[in-house]
Design a protein around this ligand. Structure first.
Ligand code: NDP
Length: 334
């Protein structure tokens, strides 16, 4: 292998509150020559995800913190360019955690082969990847079944839009809250949600109470804060909450007090479960059978917001906190 250079996004400083472009550097690096069982990969697509914000802090979040002066990490789909491993040959498509860079050298054991038949290949980062699996695992954990009334916050995003569609396919009535009229239309027209509303127009509690006068059975929480408090008020007796994420608080420098109405958990005998998708990797085959089946049958819309180029990756990440994405936010690298 001749000398190969790549570009990567490194963490320059730890964000305080809302991250800015100054927290990141675009660096040119020289890759080490391939050793036995190693593979050179050119990334085609990379994922930006809200959880990455937690890894930019000093302390442990979902996973270990990103290191200053080192490349960020995250899901990526790439094509094998060169291989010293019998497991991969040039042209193979692989899923890795080496996002935020154009090219990389990795051990074959850190790469997962994926099929070219699924198009676009970025679907392996969204509907059939980490965020799709999060939606599916969350619904399973609270036993979502036909007839349930399910409320989802952050409903037009990568996780929310897939969770809502799966719930619809299982025979639920689905309500979503989102941050724009365009997203309301997307949920109603493309994702077949029964109800969608914009949380900027009126308080979530007001709109949710109006749309679900007899209450809800399940709350799929992507946002926390006001949406969680509203759901606690509107959930029926024995209702279930799946605590998937709390993006409304990720950039808070000082932690906010929790919901003032948490006692609803006691009075209404609610169940609230948290989870991390990586605990579910062993269920990949079951996930692909159900959700892959819907996708191949054309029953699941996998909307993406795609930005092009590594130099736009930081903006794409920052855009997650400004509601710039409909569906999965993807960065196309090649
Ligand atoms: P999304 O694609 O939903 O992107 C983020 C969206 O969040 C934005 O588009 C925006 O939509 C909304 N948002 C941003 N800031 C706020 C705010 N202050 N208040 C309300 N909404 C806000 O991201 P994902 O689908 O990838 O992730 C959704 C949630 O699921 C996140 O909390 C994430 O951390 C969590 N997650 C959890 C996993 C787990 O294993 N438990 C795995 C993957 C994700 P809008 O315009 O509607 O405001």
């Amino acid at each position: 292998m001749s000398k190969t250079t790549s570009r990567e996004i490194q963490l320059a400083s730890r964000p305080k509150g809302v991250p800015t472009a100054d927290n990141f550097t675009l660096a040119q690096v020289e890759l080490k020559p391939l050793k036995e069982e190693e593979v050179l990969v050119r990334n085609l697509y990379m994922s930006v995800d809200p959880y990455m914000r937690g890894r930019m802090n000093e302390g442990k979040s979902y996973a270990t913190p990103f290191q200053l002066g080192q490349p960020l990490e995250g899901g990526a789909i790439g094509e094998v360019v060169e291989s010293l491993s019998g497991q991969f040959k040039p042209g193979d498509i692989v899923l890795s955690n080496f996002g935020w860079r154009e090219l990389f050298v990795a051990s074959a054991k850190d790469l997962q082969p994926v099929s070219r038949e699924i198009q676009p290949l970025s679907t392996w980062l969204g509907a059939l990847g980490m965020t799709g699996m999060t939606a599916w695992a969350g619904l399973n954990l609270v036993g979502v079944k036909a007839g349930d009334i399910v409320f989802i916050s952050g409903a037009a995003g990568a996780v929310g839009s897939i969770a809502g569609q799966i719930a619809k396919l299982r025979g639920c009535r689905v309500i979503g809250s989102v941050g724009s009229v365009e997203k309301v239309m997307f949920l109603r027209d493309e994702c077949r949600f029964d109800i969608a509303f914009d949380y900027h127009i009126a308080p979530v509690l007001e709109q949710l109470s109006l749309e679900a006068p007899d209450g809800i059975d399940v709350y799929f929480d992507n946002v926390g804060g006001e949406a969680l408090e509203a759901a606690l008020s509107v959930l029926r007796v024995h209702g279930r909450i799946i605590a998937c994420g709390g993006i409304s608080g990720y950039n808070e420098e000082k932690l906010r007090p929790g919901p003032s109405n948490l006692f609803n958990i006691t009075s209404k005998r609610l169940t609230m479960k948290g989870f991390i998708v990586t605990d579910w990797l062993g269920y990949r085959a079951e996930f692909e059978k159900e959700v892959g089946g819907y996708f191949r049958a054309g029953e699941l819309k996998s909307r993406e917001t795609v930005v092009e180029g590594l130099d736009k990756a930081v903006n794409a990440f920052l855009g997650l906190f400004e509601g710039k994405n409909i569906g999965k936010m993807i960065v196309k690298l090649a």
